[in-house]
Design a protein around this ligand. Structure first.
Ligand code: FES
Ligand SMILES: [Fe+2]
Length: 425
């Protein structure tokens, strides 16, 4: 939930953004981001080894495995994982790698294993908890201890119905990782939302090039003149940078308090009632590292993910969530909204291939980012922090120029509050 104080702060910051003639005093100049961060194999390997192996990732939702015994294969993060809804209601994840000779324990994208997971190669059986509970011809294995041949677990936590995994056993809790965003997202009720749609597009560029199109609104006037620009006023956009590289943007709608398209259409769709004033009058969008972007709303909204396939190919995964619409198929107005959004994200992705070619060209050396694009720099800076600043070669580094003084809770709202206090004295 955004508190009343936060809402007041955001309103004040929007006002500041509209009026400012330059970035706030003292805001850092960003060094050019090295082009190699998008095409250098060495950097891509560093990301693989030291970044993706340590971050919390959205793997799916309980709607995909709603019943006890349901399982799903998840490999979009390039590790073979099986996620199981256990008898005790707990969702657990394991490497889908049999402890005998590595055959996959399950082979279908979705399935049900009432009495355990049975490897198709020699028939070893694993419980929903991942323990090896059955094997053929055990007499042929000398001194064999079944107890130490459980499936390798993957750290798993729920956020409402969302299933998050982390390949690092020692990772902080999801709550600590998400920080203030964990509380802010509560008003969207991820414990009650239904999965409306889920699809994946193939993009031909580095995953960060694809994702960065969704982390700033500087582009809105140029590439969304007919779609986003008429409704969103990018000049009032407020960026908030959080620890762990996460960030939020709040951009005011041009007509504040306008009724949603759903209400105008006269439908009686249920809204997510707890969504607050900002979520109803602005575009409130989050980036959660590594690859979550979600422009939220009170009726239907997408959660976007960008997964590297290799250094120049990306899977763009899109999930839609809404409050329960009751019985019956997905409402037609949702279908229309998704169709419309797909037009917008086609606009967003249109330059990906060409940008990748530019980055690969002899000419391209680096990227100068502006104040409005601060969320992108913040993300890069955090990637290097997670990898280990001194492991990243100097020519590939995003120098850490955004100091703690610009990261929540020390953001612009704090400065504005101080100014206000001084003016009142
Ligand atoms: S590889 Fe699974 S039982 Fe042999
Ligand atoms: Fe866009």
């Amino acid at each position: 939930m955004l508190t009343q104080e936060q809402i007041r702060d955001i309103r004040q910051q929007i006002d500041f953004e509209f009026k400012r003639k330059s970035p706030p005093e003292g805001f850092p100049k960003f060094p050019d981001l090295p082009a190699g961060r998008y095409n250098d194999e060495e950097f891509f390997e560093l990301e693989n080894k030291h970044y993706w192996s340590k971050v919390w990732m959205l793997a799916g939702t309980l709607d995909e495995i709603p019943e006890v015994g349901n399982y799903m294969l998840w490999d979009i993060a390039r590790q073979p994982i099986v996620i199981v809804h256990g008898k005790d209601g707990v969702v657990r994840s394991f490497y889908n790698t049999c402890r005998h000779r590595g055959a996959p324990v399950v082979t279908e994208k979705y399935g049900t294993a009432e009495h355990g997971l049975v490897c198709g190669y020699h028939g070893w059986v694993y419980s929903h908890e991942g323990d090896l509970v059955g094997m053929r011809d055990k007499r042929d294995f000398v001194d064999f201890d079944m107890e130490c041949r459980s499936l390798y677990p993957v750290k798993t936590e729920m956020f409402g119905k969302l299933i998050f995994v982390n390949f690092n056993e020692d990772a902080p809790s999801l709550r600590d990782y998400m920080g203030p965003i964990y509380d802010e997202l509560q008003e969207f009720q991820f414990q009650n939302l239904r999965l409306v749609d889920h699809y994946v597009w193939d993009l031909h560029c580095n995953w960060k090039i694809a994702m960065e199109a969704n982390m700033e609104v500087y582009h809105v006037k140029s590439i969304h003149p007919q779609t986003v620009d008429p409704s969103l006023d990018y000049r009032g956009n407020v960026n908030t940078l959080y620890p762990h590289g996460h960030s939020r943007m709040v951009a005011p709608n041009r007509v504040a308090n306008r009724k949603s398209g759903y209400a105008q259409a006269g439908t009686d769709l249920r809204e997510i009632e707890t969504v607050g004033e900002i979520g109803r009058t602005c575009t409130q969008s989050y980036h959660i590292e590594p690859n979550w972007v979600s422009p939220l709303g009170p009726v239907l909204f997408p959660v976007l993910h960008f997964w590297p396939v290799n250094i120049r190919e990306t899977k763009y995964e899109i999930r839609w969530f809404a409050a329960d619409w009751g019985t019956g198929p997905v409402p037609e107005i949702f279908r229309k909204q998704i169709e419309y959004f797909n037009v917008v994200i086609t606009e967003d992705t249109q330059f990906g291939d060409a940008i990748q070619k530019s980055v690969d060209s002899y000419a391209f050396k680096g990227v100068p980012l502006c104040y409005q694009e601060a969320r992108i720099y913040h993300m890069h800076q955090n990637i290097d922090k997670v990898i280990g600043a001194n492991i990243v070669p100097a020519h590939l580094r995003a120098e850490p120029v955004i100091g703690e003084e610009w990261i929540h809770p020390n953001d612009t709202s704090e400065r504005l509050r101080q100014q206000e206090a001084m003016a009142a004295e």
